[in-house]
Write a protein that binds this ligand. Structure first.
Ligand SMILES: Nc1nc2c(ncn2[C@@H]2O[C@H](COP(=O)(O)OP(=O)(O)OP(=O)(O)O)[C@@H](O)[C@H]2O)c(=O)[nH]1
Ligand SMILES: [Mg+2]
Length: 378
């Protein structure tokens, strides 16, 4: 019987090698990490994964049928995203391997006292992964918690969790609500990908400022690509009783803003843009610049994957975004996916929306609450 050994820096790559050489029916007989010095050194650089496999062993294959699946589509138990379902089967094999490695390394760490990770912290780590916090960030948070807490405190899982929530909270910056200063008209634009909830959020903000705070509010829309989109905002403008301007060129934008100069707050709705459409992003930028917007909120759906959120924020930065606004928290099954974009974009969070109801389902972003939501503490 021919048994072969493969080494690579990740399990994924090692399995690719096995599959390429031995075919999809190869049986994985054994896996091990060659430098298992740290419990959390599972995937990143610097370590080597060794996989022993054979094409001639008659046991059910533990190799996923399409190992070449995009890693960004990896599915975390308890936190599935609809667009990733097709990859689930493929990824499950890899996930099973990773889980058995975690268990194995955990066992070893118990044999080596200095490597020991308190059970509470290990549970926190797996909770973070379940909540779609990327593994690298989850490791960082666990290590920081370990470094900050003393021996006895570490064995108290509730204390460790509260400390970690505090860390996440300090990483989340917020703007507070749109500030209206007497005698100075403020213009806030909402931009973002299609269908994330920009128009609905504008309606919520407009209704709250107009009906609850009795502010003089006006609406401008540059969404002239779809008649229905203009009508959607017009309907809200009529219900809330607000002036509204429809703008289709940067010049018209200047005129519309000038006409609304006596108001206290102008809310600008824009057409949803694919972050990949460079031309449309530049066009949007021209409108925003012409309006001299005081604040530009990038609206993102919290149901999107972490990497997509980060890339979207990168692309929309060209428009001059000043804040992030997260929608559809009611639909999100977990919230760890939003942490990386909060960090990498460097933008503070303005509002969170939690449903389709206008004007109720919106709240000013609260770092404390969001951190607790990420950790499933609410
Ligand atoms: N569940 C949920 N649905 C929301 C939320 N905000 C908006 N929606 C819904 O999302 C859908 C799209 O909302 P729109 O406000 O039209 O989105 P948009 O970003 O203006 O879309 P485009 O103008 O086409 O780019 C609608 O069905 C809204 O009711 C929210 O917080 N939770
Ligand atoms: Mg819209």
């Amino acid at each position: 019987m021919e048994i072969k050994t493969y080494r690579a820096s990740t399990m994924h790559e090692a399995l690719l090698l096995v599959r390429r050489e031995l075919g999809p029916d190869a049986a994985v007989l054994h896996t091990r990490e060659l430098r298992p010095r740290r419990l959390f050194g599972l995937v990143p650089t610097g370590r080597q994964i060794e996989v022993t496999a054979s094409a001639e062993v008659n046991v059910p294959s533990r190799l996923a049928s399409h190992v070449g699946v995009d890693r960004s589509a990896s599915v975390v138990p308890g936190c599935h995203r609809p667009q990733q379902l097709s990859a689930t089967e493929n990824v499950q094999g890899q996930l099973a391997h990773l889980q058995s490695m975690v268990a194995e390394l955990c066992k070893r760490s118990h044999q080596e006292p200095h490597q020991d990770l308190p059970e509470g912290l290990f549970k926190l780590f797996t909770d973070l992964i379940d909540a779609e916090v990327p593994e690298e960030l989850a490791r960082e948070l666990v290590e920081r918690t370990r470094a900050e807490l003393g021996g006895a405190e570490l064995s108290d899982p509730l204390l460790a969790k509260a400390r970690m929530a505090g860390m996440i909270e300090t990483d989340i910056h917020t703007t507070g609500p749109i500030e209206i200063t007497p005698g100075r008209r403020r213009l806030a634009a909402l931009v973002g990908p299609t269908g994330v909830g920009k128009t609905t959020t504008i309606a919520k903000l407009a209704a709250n400022y107009r009906l609850k705070e009795h502010r003089r509010v006006g609406l401008i829309t540059v969404d002239t690509y779809r008649i229905a989109a203009v009508e959607q905002l017009r309907t809200y403008a009529e219900i809330i009783d607000l002036p509204m301007q429809v703008v289709s060129t940067p010049r018209e934008m200047r005129e519309a803003v000038a006409q609304m100069d006596d108001l206290e707050l102008i809310l600008m709705d824009t057409a949803g843009r694919s972050p990949k459409d460079e031309v449309k992003i530049q066009e949007l930028r021209a409108f925003i610049a012409e309006a001299a917007a005081d604040e530009v909120h990038l609206v993102l759906s919290s149901t999107a994957g972490g990497r997509t959120l980060e890339q979207t924020a990168e692309r929309f930065a060209a428009v001059g975004t000043t804040a992030l606004l997260l929608t559809k928290l009611d639909e999100a099954t977990c919230m760890g996916n939003v942490l990386p974009v909060l960090r990498s974009s460097g933008l503070p969070l303005s509002y969170l929306t939690t449903g389709q109801n206008v004007p109720e389902d919106i709240e000013t972003a609260d770092a404390h609450r969001l951190a607790r939501t990420v950790l499933g503490m609410d």
